[in-house]
Design a protein around this ligand. Structure first.
Ligand code: MN
Length: 713
């Protein structure tokens, strides 16, 4: 069993000025609270935190990490309180213990690679202090080393989780020895037969391998001596798991994996690396496509080395790694090779190099602006642009930062997105625009009455949700436009005494749709609704085909007049001193009830009512002007012409029409023209009850997106 002294003496080796009293204190505390507990192996429980702390010295961790390693199971397995740990050992140590405890409570097993990647990232994102992960990895290594005492089910579960989550994490942190140890242990529990086969295969060829390495070493050493280069050459078999991966990838048996030998040449300088590469390539034939220069292009975890595979002296493949001592250290120890313990400083205050390493490690260097601030806190936002949340079933989902429950809902299924009416996050109701945070448990509430809205486009962050919402709105607008198109067409047809259902059954309408290059009749109708083609245009093409004559061109006017005549008894205008006068409203200014008006006595056609300031009224013979007043009426309607200038966008006519319908105005005529400068000019003739209603409508249209000017004409 590891003793306290082993830990402190290891610590003092790489950190000579370390204050070991806190480590001793943590040891005493841990021994006290774990008193009487035993591990499945029968050993006192304390052996586990001691081993973990010892592994942490192998990772060259600082005093606080080692203290946290000694205490890492106290919250979970004893009566200790976080506040007590904080009081006795400080906030940093307490935070690490807390972080490790939280990680231990989560089960990260998933068969899906992408899901596992999300989990790894989430662990990094949640562990704001990298030391949480280091302690967790040390904990996991010791647990894997003592996994034999667990039940076979537990063994498989833990080994799977380790392989999915913790070995890639140690790889990402560049700690090669830890990664390969964990991988081999996982292989032992997950594929025991293959493990044994590799083991015995390697043992069988041990003699031959050693002789081979000796020969190769000799050859290289001789060549290097000629060039006056000093090198350390190491030859060993690859670790079991990487042999296993090769077998799996290339569908080979263990005896067919020949290049399970890795030769490593370690040199003093970078220049020598390339020199040695040249020497080796001259001596042995390189295998094409196998050369990799990780020196000029380091891996994301800062790994640097030259890799090549050559056909060795006995005609077998041989992988050669060439690197400097510095690179070798980084390759083995990863993140730990960058801790530097200067006098009186802990890992949290190490030099800029460590920080630079972390930055590059995760390739998010662009995101960090102030290295100092970062170093002070050792806090890391490793994935500044991403947020990881859970489904109620514990699945992890990744989103861009700032994503909302709507994104989450669309992430499940587009139908869930469309019906998403609210969300519960960690059990609490939140608005749809709420931004999710790392570790949130998100539950979506749906309602059959809910529909996507344009506002959603402003709060969603995922392209998927954006696309789906846009698509929904477009489909919706198309339906609306088809209905509007039908209505407009129907109104136009009335003048020709045709009815829409018959026309839609007639095959001529289909050929008109084709002539106007629309895919189908509904497409044609939608485009009438969108304003891309006018109902009159369609009717104009329809008439000759059906052999119908054109009606007199005064469609609107005559209609208006007939309407006024029809409602003459309640036309709502009282002409001063005259009873039962024939009254019509001027077509130039369309006065509305409530507006200041004046009458013009025509020759034989009664009185025409103009707006008071209408140009025609002002120009008229003053002798023939007559005072008129509005009479209160109930259900009368009046015509108004509106001109809307907008950006030429599909669906704008539908948007405007929807407002008129919403405000109870009847559309008599609608027409859209597109100008050369991409503007849409829409003319509407609508029926309104009074001036106020018209003002209302104009106000509402002004608020429609893409509308620039609304005028009454
Ligand atoms: Mn533990």
């Amino acid at each position: 069993m590891i003793r306290l002294n082993d830990i402190t003496s290891q610590l003092l080796k790489y950190h000579p000025n370390a204050d070991t009293t806190l480590v001793e204190k943590a040891y005493v505390y841990s021994a006290k609270v774990h008193q009487g507990q035993v591990r499945l192996s029968g050993e006192p429980y304390l052996s586990h935190p001691l081993q973990v702390a010892y592994i942490l010295t192998r990772l060259k961790m600082d005093v606080v990490s080692i203290v946290a390693g000694l205490l890492h199971d106290t919250l979970e397995d004893t009566d200790s309180e976080l506040s007590e740990i904080e009081r006795l050992f400080g906030k940093e140590a307490a935070n690490i213990v807390d972080g490790v405890t939280k990680l231990s409570k989560m089960q990260f097993t998933s068969r899906q690679e992408r899901q596992a990647e999300n989990m790894r990232k989430m662990i990094l994102a949640m562990a704001t202090d990298i030391r949480v992960i280091m302690v967790k990895l040390a904990d996991r290594l010791h647990n894997m080393e003592t996994l034999g005492y667990q039940t076979p089910e537990k063994q498989a579960l833990i080994a799977r989780e380790t392989l999915d989550i913790y070995t890639p994490l140690s790889g990402r942190l560049g700690i090669h020895w830890l990664k390969s140890n964990l991988e081999d242990l996982c292989l032992y529990y997950l594929e025991p037969e293959i493990y044994e086969a590799i083991k015995s295969g390697i043992a069988e060829r041990r003699g031959a391998r050693e002789a081979f390495i000796r020969d190769v070493k000799e050859i290289i050493t001789k060549k290097l001596n000629d060039s006056d280069i000093q090198a350390t050459i190491r030859g060993r078999h690859k670790h079991f798991y990487s042999i296993y991966m090769k077998m799996k990838d290339q569908n080979l048996s263990v005896n067919q994996v020949y290049d399970n030998l890795a030769l490593r040449v370690i040199l003093k300088s970078l220049r020598e690396c390339y020199e040695v590469l040249g020497i080796i390539h001259t001596e042995w034939k390189p295998v094409p496509g196998r050369f990799k220069d990780y020196i000029s292009l380091p891996k994301a975890n800062m790994y640097q080395s030259l890799h090549t595979t050559v056909i060795g002296p006995l005609g077998q493949r041989m992988e050669v790694q060439i690197r400097t001592w510095e690179m070798d250290k980084i390759a083995e120890e990863g993140i730990a090779s960058h801790w530097k313990y200067k006098e009186g400083l802990g890992a949290s205050q190490t030099d800029e190099k460590q920080f630079a390493w972390l930055r590059q490690l995760l390739e998010w260097q662009k995101q960090v602006s102030d290295p100092r601030e970062f170093l002070e806190t050792v806090r890391m936002d490793l994935f500044p642009n991403e947020v990881y949340v859970f489904t109620p079933k514990g699945e992890v989902k990744r989103f861009p930062k700032g994503a909302t429950p709507i994104d989450f809902a669309y992430g499940i299924h587009s139908e869930v997105g469309e019906k998403c009416s609210g969300a519960r996050i960690n059990g609490k109701m939140v608005p749809l625009r709420h931004q999710m945070k790392n570790g949130d448990i998100v539950q979506i509430i749906t309602s059959s009455k809910q529909h996507p809205s344009k506002d959603w486009l402003d709060v969603v962050k995922t392209p998927r949700a954006k696309t789906k919402i846009r698509h929904w709105i477009m489909t919706q607008e198309k339906d609306q436009s088809i209905n509007l198109g039908k209505e407009l067409l129907e109104k136009g047809l009335v003048q020709s005494q045709l009815n829409l259902p018959n026309i839609l059954k007639n095959e001529q309408i289909e050929s008109i749709a084709k002539d106007l290059s629309f895919h189908s009749v509904p497409d044609l109708l939608a485009n009438i609704g969108f304003g891309k083609v006018s109902a009159n245009q369609v009717i104009g093409r329809l008439r000759p085909k059906l052999g119908i004559e054109e009606p007199p061109p005064t469609g609107i006017v005559s209609k208006m007049v007939s309407r006024i005549k029809r409602k003459q008894s309640t036309h709502g205008i009282k002409v001063e001193g005259v009873e039962d006068m024939l009254v019509r409203f001027a077509n130039c200014c369309h006065p509305l009830p409530g507006e200041h008006v004046i009458g013009f006595i025509t020759r034989g056609r009664g009185v025409t009512v103009h707006k008071y300031n209408c140009r025609h009224a002002l120009d008229a013979d003053p002798d023939r002007l007559v005072e008129v007043q509005w009479e209160p009426t109930d259900q009368d309607v009046y015509l108004a012409n509106i001109k809307v200038t907008s950006v030429d966008k599909k669906g704008i006519l539908a948007d405007i029409s929807a407002i008129m319908v919403q405000k109870d105005a009847n559309i008599i005529q609608a027409d859209v023209q597109t100008t050369m400068d991409q503007k849409g000019i829409s003319h509407f003739t609508i029926e309104v009850e009074n001036y106020k209603q018209l003002q209302d409508i104009i106000g509402a249209i002004k608020k429609v997106k893409n509308v620039m000017i609304v005028e009454r004409i």
